[in-house]
Design a protein around this ligand. Structure first.
Ligand SMILES: [Zn+2]
Length: 295
C-alpha cells in the first residue's frame, strides 16, 4: 500500500516537471520567433533604437508650436514622417508615399509610433511655413542627450577630442528676388546665379557616424560691401557651437579653404585644435598615428 502511494507521488511529480518543461520550451520558442521577427523588421529595430537613445524624441516634437490654422494632422505626425523619410533613406517623397501604401508598413508604423502616416506633400507644405529654428533646436537637444549618455566617448581622438568636421554646402539655387538675403555670383555665360549656402559642423566617428552638431546659413544683410562668406559663417558657427556645447572638447577638421590666420585665431579663442583635411587622404581618420603625422 505504502509502496503504491510512493509510486503515485513520484509519477505525479514527474508529470508536473514534464509539463513545466514543455511550457518553458513553448514560451522560449515563441519569444525566440518574436525576437527574430522583430530583428528582421526595420521599423521594430528603429523603434528600439529610438526608445533607447532618444526616448523623449516625440515629446520634444510635440513641444514645437503650431504654425497652421486648420490642421488635419498633428504637427508631430507630419514632422515625424519628414524625419523618417531620411531615416528610411528614401530617395524621394514619392518613394515614401509608395511605402505608405503598403498595409504592413503602415500597420507597423502606426502600432509602434502611435502616429498616422501622412502624405508627404502635406509634410512639405508644413515644412515650408515652419520656423527652421525649431527643428535646429531639436537637433541640438538630441545631440546634447546622446553626448550626455557618453555613447560616443570611445570614438574620441586620443581619448580626448571629438572630431568635428566643418564645411560649407550649397543647398539650393533660387530665382532672382527669392529673398533679400540671397547670395549671388556671375557665371561664365554672363548670367547671375542666386543661391543659399549653409556652413555645418558634424561630429564624425571612425565607424562612419556623421552627426549634426550645428549649422548657420550664409545670408547677405540688407546693405553690404562684401557678400556673406564661409569664413564669416565659421565665426558665427564657432559661437553657436560654444553656446550649445560649452564643455565639449572638439578637434576641428577643415578643408583646404579654411586654414588662414582669422580661422586659426578663432579656433585658438575657443580652445580647439585643428586638423586640415587633405582631399583624397582617406587615411586621415584611420588612426591617431596617421593624424599626428598629417596634422
Ligand atoms: Zn533667398
Amino acid at each position: 500500500m505504502k509502496h503504491t502511494q510512493k509510486t503515485r507521488r513520484h509519477q505525479q511529480r514527474t508529470r508536473t516537471r514534464q509539463e513545466r518543461q514543455q511550457k518553458n520550451w513553448r514560451n522560449k520558442t515563441t519569444r525566440h520567433h518574436r525576437n527574430a521577427e522583430e530583428n528582421r523588421n526595420l521599423i521594430f529595430r528603429l523603434h528600439k533604437t529610438i526608445a533607447h537613445y532618444f526616448p523623449q524624441l516625440f515629446e520634444r516634437l510635440r513641444e514645437i508650436p503650431e504654425c497652421r490654422t486648420r490642421p488635419a494632422y498633428e504637427l508631430v505626425e507630419l514632422l515625424g514622417a519628414g524625419l523618417f523619410l531620411f531615416v528610411f533613406k528614401q530617395g524621394s517623397r514619392n518613394a515614401m508615399n509608395n511605402d505608405r501604401d503598403e498595409p504592413e508598413f503602415r500597420r507597423n508604423y502606426t502600432r509602434l509610433f502611435r502616429l498616422r502616416l501622412p502624405h508627404m506633400d502635406t509634410v512639405d507644405d508644413v515644412l515650408a511655413v515652419l520656423d527652421p529654428e525649431h527643428p535646429e533646436r531639436l537637433s541640438v537637444t538630441l545631440m546634447q542627450v546622446i553626448l550626455a549618455k557618453k555613447t560616443l566617448r570611445p570614438f574620441r581622438l586620443h581619448g580626448e577630442w571629438y572630431r568635428v568636421v566643418i564645411d560649407g554646402t550649397q543647398v539650393m539655387t533660387v530665382q532672382e528676388g527669392h529673398c533679400p538675403h540671397c547670395l549671388h555670383r556671375k557665371l561664365k555665360n554672363g548670367t547671375t546665379q542666386y543661391f543659399h549656402n549653409v556652413v555645418a559642423a558634424k561630429l564624425v566617428c571612425p565607424n562612419g557616424f556623421c552627426l549634426p552638431l550645428a549649422s548657420v546659413w550664409l545670408m547677405n544683410p540688407e546693405e553690404y560691401n562684401k557678400q556673406d562668406c564661409e569664413p564669416k559663417g565659421w565665426r558665427r558657427l564657432a559661437h553657436t557651437l560654444q553656446q550649445s556645447y560649452p564643455r565639449l572638447p572638439m578637434c576641428i577638421v577643415a578643408d583646404g579653404l579654411s586654414p588662414n590666420a582669422p580661422f586659426f585665431q578663432c579656433c585658438r579663442e575657443y580652445g580647439h585644435p585643428v586638423i586640415r583635411w587633405y582631399i583624397g587622404c582617406g587615411r586621415l581618420f584611420c588612426s591617431g598615428k596617421a593624424i599626428r603625422r598629417r596634422a
